[in-house]
Design a protein around this ligand. Structure first.
Ligand SMILES: [Zn+2]
Length: 145
């Protein structure tokens, strides 16, 4: 399903209204989740098989599928996906928890390879060295030994 012109505008307005309602602490768009449900249904997996059986689930999922709701609490969607052995990020790849990780680097104090945050060791807050520098570190250490 693609949206054009007015539909996109309406959709954005509805998103803004829902987001501004204060109802959500960590909202996500319903659309990717709905696309996943439709995919399952196309493969013959019913809503009951997906475990959407409580009155709340039935009502809410119906509202999603009808396009009556555009946002949902993220934790809720996570639960629904997890009960189907699906990870949230598989359905919401662009909504991952974190920024892309920095390349691994060497921390002198850990004396180990770490995944730095802003070029600093997450444990020691010391500046890490890019792994490309490692060979020179090792060479110096070996030469000194
Ligand atoms: Zn460290």
């Amino acid at each position: 399903m693609t949206m054009h012109g007015r539909n996109v505008l309406d959709y954005v307005k509805r998103l803004e209204r829902a987001a501004g309602s204060g109802r959500f602490t960590d909202p996500v768009e319903v659309a990717p989740f709905v696309a996943w449900i439709r995919q399952q249904q196309a493969a013959g997996v019913t809503r009951t098989m997906m475990g959407f059986v409580s009155e709340y689930d039935t009502r809410t999922i119906t509202a999603f599928l009808c396009g009556e709701r555009v946002l949902c609490e993220r934790a809720r969607v996570e639960d629904w996906l997890e009960q189907n052995d699906k990870m949230f990020w598989e359905v919401y790849p662009e909504d991952g928890d974190d920024e892309p990780l920095e390349p691994d680097a060497y921390c002198v104090r850990c004396d180990d390879i770490v995944t730095p945050i802003n070029s600093r060791c997450p444990w020691h807050n010391t500046y890490t060295r890019a792994i490309a520098d490692l060979s020179s570190i090792i060479q110096i250490a070996t030469a000194a030994a």
